[in-house]
Design a protein around this ligand. Structure first.
Ligand code: SF4
Length: 343
């Protein structure tokens, strides 16, 4: 059954949050992956040779992505983060963001990118009111950047960040830290916040490298904070946003801030408000957990809106207590690459 043309989400009954999990958490934040494709090859996400991307027909169409997002919004989702792969490599992404921003219940659309978007897209994002953007940047050194992404694009990404700041975007940098990779970048990143009003977040490495093998990170959130505290004695604790995964600080007198995300230690699951939908329709209630349903298949099999809502409800009722419980559910399976999960 084709998607109803006039999916007029605006005048649906007021959508009280209905996505409440077994632990009383309200799930109002959808992380939506629009593609598994990426123009980088970050070592902690995929092998150098890349991964086998899915055939295009297996990717949700923009029409399907908009329709499903509308349904999630009718059920209480208020924030959507657009992820990938790299969202800006998918053709038509700006028109799609235009469709999304027309969904009246949606209060916030944010994007995570590797920083290879051009100025024309930035201006279009501003026009759409999309002003929060996270950029993945793991090093401020051109050679280490190349070593970690296998792409010679450091200047392009850094110029992109400067242009975003200049245009008034709220910019957060996500830096995945790892021993023998980029520990020497921690202090230069903190120093970057002296002159620029951006937030640098240091993330623990996660096991989604498409390789199936992983050592728990030596550089966990405690080690990262201790290292920074050894070098700065004027650290101020900042108030964290509700449901934030990042614990935030600033150096007194600096323009920006830094945060630490215990993405492997998973100390933030108690306030998790996230649902994930991959570019191939896999719905997850936890990044570390197994896919619980495939909304693409259900939709393409002719399910109507009510059936899709029941599926979503059913999945939410199975949400795991935390990322450790979720990880146990698929302990036997090798972990997917982050480019398939959507981060
Ligand atoms: S690890 Fe899973 S449960 Fe914990 S915050 Fe992330 S998505 Fe939520």
């Amino acid at each position: 059954m084709p998607i109803p043309k006039t999916t007029n989400m605006n005048n649906q009954a007021s959508s009280l949050p209905t996505l409440i999990d077994p632990y009383g958490r309200t799930l109002d934040y959808l992380r939506l992956s629009v593609t598994d494709r990426c123009n980088f090859r970050c070592y902690y996400c995929m092998p150098e040779e890349g991964v086998e991307f899915v055939p295009r027909k297996e990717l949700l169409t923009y029409e399907e992505l908009t329709y499903l997002t509308g349904i999630f919004c009718e059920m209480g989702v208020r924030k959507v983060r657009i992820t990938g792969g790299e969202p800006f490599v998918r053709k038509g992404i700006m028109e799609f963001l235009g469709q999304l921003s027309a969904i009246s219940q949606l209060r916030k659309i944010t994007v995570t990118s590797n920083g290879t978007l051009g100025e024309e897209k930035m201006d279009e994002l501003l026009r759409l009111g999309i002003t929060n953007i996270n950029i993945s940047l793991d090093s401020l050194d051109k050679d280490r950047f190349f070593e970690m992404t296998r792409r010679d694009k450091f200047e392009e990404v850094f110029d992109c960040i400067m242009a975003l700041l200049q245009k008034g975007f709220e910019v957060k940098l996500n830096c995945v830290l790892a021993e023998e990779k980029n520990i020497q970048d921690i202090l230069p990143f903190v120093e970057l916040t002296k002159s620029y009003p951006l937030s640098v977040r240091f993330l623990e490495e996660m096991p989604f490298n498409g390789k199936g093998t992983f050592e728990p990170p030596k550089w966990n959130h405690n080690a990262i904070y201790a290292y920074i505290a050894e070098h700065y004695d004027r650290i101020e604790k900042l108030l964290d946003e509700k449901n934030s995964t990042s614990t935030n600080y600033m150096i007194k007198g600096y323009k920006g801030s830094f945060g630490i995300i215990p993405s492997y230690s998973r100390t933030f699951c108690g306030t998790c408000n996230r649902i994930r939908l991959s570019a191939t329709g896999e719905m997850r209630t936890c990044l570390y957990g197994p896919p619980r349903a495939n909304l693409r298949d259900i939709l393409r099999a002719g399910a109507d809106k009510q059936e899709l809502k029941e599926t979503i409800h059913n999945v939410v009722s199975q949400k795991e207590k935390d990322g450790f419980q979720a990880e146990k559910l698929q302990a036997s399976k090798p972990k997917s690459s982050m480019t398939f999960l959507g981060g």
